[in-house]
Design a binder for this molecule. Structure first.
Ligand code: FES
Length: 135
């Protein structure tokens, strides 16, 4: 039943529809079309444009936003996971700042690059600050 309907559309109705379309013989013929002829042609041109877009879409450049959604843009990209270890005993300073924005050139230590990142993106990231308790 469904296939009969599809077959009728493809074999009978579609060719009849295409035959009635006022497609000009040349490019300049488009300028001579009347308003009603344009109105009959527009749905067909819309379908052609949609099919063209769908065919070309896989080859169009991806949205930049997808690249920007990465948190880590350049630190140790050769590793499957970036992990840093710091021994607590090595924390000899009274205060140490560790990067959480992934933009530091001295990662994992914060170098203040988060300020530029925040300014450019409107983000509000900042470092993790470890402090020794004053006794
Ligand atoms: S540089 Fe990344 S948090 Fe400061």
């Amino acid at each position: 039943m469904v296939l009969e309907s599809v077959a009728r559309i493809v074999k009978v109705q579609l060719p009849a529809y295409l035959k009635r379309l006022p497609v000009p013989e040349s490019i300049t013929g488009f300028a001579r079309l009347t308003v009603s002829e344009w109105l009959r042609l527009l749905p067909f041109l819309g379908v052609l444009a949609l099919l063209g877009y769908l065919a070309l879409r896989p080859f169009l450049p991806k949205k930049k936003q997808q690249k920007d959604s990465l948190i880590n843009l350049k630190i140790q990209k050769e590793n499957p996971k970036v992990v840093n270890e710091i021994n607590i005993e090595d924390l000899c300073l009274t205060k140490a700042a560790y990067c959480r924005c992934w933009r530091s050139k001295t990662f994992p230590a914060c170098d203040g690059s988060h300020n530029k990142h925040n300014e450019l993106t409107g983000d509000n990231v900042g470092p993790l600050i470890l402090k020794k308790k004053e006794v």
